[in-house]
Ligand binder design. Sequence first.
Ligand code: UT7
Length: 325
Amino acid sequence: MSILRTVVRGVGSYLPAEILTNADLVKIVDTSDEWIVERTGIHARHRAAPGEYTSDLAVHAGRAALEHAGVDPSDIDLVVVATATPDHTFPSTATEVQARLGIQHGFAYDIQAVCSGFVYALATVDAQLKAGMARRALVIGAETFSRILDWTDRTTCVLFGDGAGAVVVEAVESDGLVTDRGILASSLRSDGRHRDKLWVDGGPSTTQTAGHLRMEGKEVFKHAVTNLADVIEVLFAETGLTGADIDWFVPHQANRRIIDATGRKLGISPDKVVMTVQDHGNTSAASIPLALDVAVKDGRVKRGDMVMLEAMGGGFTWGAVLLRW
Ligand code: UT7
């Protein structure tokens, strides 16, 4: 029987020009290259220029994905931007991107699930395409976390970076086999009891300011590996696949130690893990599509490969998407 599958047609990304190395950060806060590399695996991150906004990053990444897909903006009827750092409180960054790409039909909205945003967006768009609400979507993760960092707090300011990544996805007829291309399964979770462990201390309704990121790093770390492994096991149970069936593991890039531990727990061999945290830092909702773009463009991720995406972030939110590239 024929069903609808959400297939990735193209991928693209954008990183702002300025690179901040660990050596640059040593001049700003009491830290060291050794501490940052040992605890996180991060060597460098990018930072948006003054006047360069989340929507600018998103438009660059979106255009790159459309070009890679060979799809004209006029063929997109849904634009979703996953971001926790929108240009404005409203309207959504997605409507800004929609206008700048010259798309005058369909609909656009933002998704706010912090670092899990891209996984949330992809799973939600998958459901909407299958329900027939749209045919072809541009799904973007874009962040300017440099704008909400407290640059005097060494426990957070060394961890994050700015950037954007995007995919073009399309609903196609499929026999629904595990060998067919597209999103096979996804699972989303949240547990708001942990909302104060990774949060921003401002907002329109509370302080009328954007606020700064605050994190109990150890607490986040403690939950991350367990939560991520649990949600991936759900997808394995649903599809009958195991870690040995995964060609590429493309996790949210927060910390090398979390990525290594999750891969080990799931039986995914280290040479199948896409790692970009060393060059990008944690770019929140942008990290997965940025990593995907790197691994597709350097020839690692190829058509027909089985790819597992996963992320965890503030809320807590977490989730995973399993797809045949
Ligand atoms: O994307 C959303 C999800 N976010 C995450 O996944 C982040 C999860 N958490 C982590 O990645 C880790 O917890 C961190 C990298 C944030 C911290 O690593 P840790 O091994 O948990 O270190 P810690 O927080 O226990 O800090 C150890 C020590 C402390 O000093 P004392 O109290 O032992 O004297 C910190 O003050 O390291 C100190 N420290 C630093 N030292 C140099 C904290 N930040 C720094 C720093 N440079 N930047």
